[in-house]
Design a binder for this molecule. Structure first.
Ligand code: THU
Length: 160
């Protein structure tokens, strides 16, 4: 038996340390928490995707009385970006969470399904997709979706 450890890395930024472009993308994600439809969880998540052509695609979590029919903000946003601009690379995705009327102190952690979709979105274009997780205390910046998903499943894995 051999123990194997997987490591990952991210950078924690204070608000003032972020670039103007990153701050604008996060502001868009924060604003989108107002568009969340979350009558069941009351957990409002907003996301904003920065495309290579300069367009920003926004989304928010959408819930449903049949609970599994809802969708997280990240996937609403990435699928909308990919559907409307299939040729445009997604350069960055910002996420903000609001619980009980307050943005979370610590950055929100995307669910596993969203991480898998981030991985595929990154993989279909050239280069990395940055992921910015906003928290009131600090923002976590991942330089690649791969850093959020060690041992990720890729199309090549289907070949065995
Ligand atoms: N949610 C997101 O939109 N993104 C995440 O990263 C985590 C969870 C949503 C799903 C559901 O509408 C609510 O937050 C509570 O789980």
């Amino acid at each position: 038996m051999q123990e194997i450890s997987f490591t990952t890395k991210a950078k924690a930024y204070e608000w003032a340390e972020l670039s103007a472009q990153d701050r604008a993308l996060i502001e868009a994600a924060k604003q989108m928490t107002n568009h969340s439809y979350s009558p069941y969880s009351h957990f409002r998540v907003g996301a904003a995707a920065q495309l290579q052509n300069g367009v920003i695609i926004k989304g928010a979590n959408q819930e449903n009385a049949a609970y599994p029919s809802g969708l997280c903000a990240e996937r609403v946003t990435l699928f909308a970006a990919n559907a409307n601009y299939p040729e445009e690379k997604v350069e960055a995705l910002a996420i903000a969470c609001n619980a009980d009327g307050h943005f979370t102190t610590d950055p929100g952690a995307p669910c596993g399904a969203c991480r898998q979709v981030m991985l595929e979105t990154e993989h279909r274009y050239t280069g990395d997709m940055r992921v910015l997780l906003y928290g009131e205390k600090y923002t976590l910046v991942f330089n690649s979706a791969k850093d959020l998903m060690p041992l990720g499943f890729f199309a090549e894995d289907l070949l065995g």
